[in-house]
Write a protein that binds this ligand. Structure first.
Ligand code: FE
Ligand code: FE
Length: 172
């Protein structure tokens, strides 16, 4: 247990732990959102994008590990039951109902944007006060920004494909 780790952080550790547990819940929900979405999605480019979504899922799981590590260092208790995920998470879990690949990507994109806000907030709360948590938040934030960027570029490819298709159709 990190007594000194707690002592040196110049902020409300309980408040921080609450937010980190919310983030932990969100990471697990994001993991499953990607994992199940990748498996049920349908449509073109599915075989290209599926492994990429599973890679994102792995990274969300890694974020969960980083959070648990830091929660423990701060003498906190990580959420112990999946039942708590929905009561702590602020980012929505969106059950896939339309399996078309672009709808699945839109769900993931909303999750990423929520995650970016979460880690931006943890970074702002901890900057200059708790360097270890700050560094963790920035590292995760950078991954979430990459995730958002990946999804936006796949969605742009789909738009482009649609435009090209319409142009070809017009010429025929
Ligand atoms: Fe994440
Ligand atoms: Fe992410």
């Amino acid at each position: 247990m990190g007594k000194e780790a707690v002592k040196i952080s110049k902020l409300d550790v309980d408040k921080l732990l609450k937010e980190m547990n919310a983030a932990l819940a969100e990471e697990w929900l994001a993991y499953y959102q990607y994992w199940i979405g990748a498996r049920v999605m349908e449509g073109q480019m599915r075989s290209n994008i599926e492994p990429e979504l599973l890679k994102h899922a792995d990274e969300e799981l890694h974020h969960a590990e980083m959070l648990v590590e830091r929660i423990k260092q701060l003498d906190g208790v990580p959420l112990l039951s999946p039942k708590e995920w929905f009561t702590h998470a602020q980012c929505a879990y969106e059950t896939p109902t339309d399996f078309y690949i672009e709808r699945i990507l839109e769900q993931n994109l909303r999750g990423e944007r929520c995650a970016i806000e979460r880690y931006q907030h943890i970074a702002e709360y901890t900057i200059g006060k708790d360097y270890a948590t700050y560094r963790m938040a920035v590292e995760i934030l950078e991954d979430e920004i990459d995730h958002e960027d990946d999804i936006e570029s796949w969605m742009a490819d789909f738009r482009r494909m649609r435009e090209d298709f319409l142009q070809v159709k017009e010429r025929v």
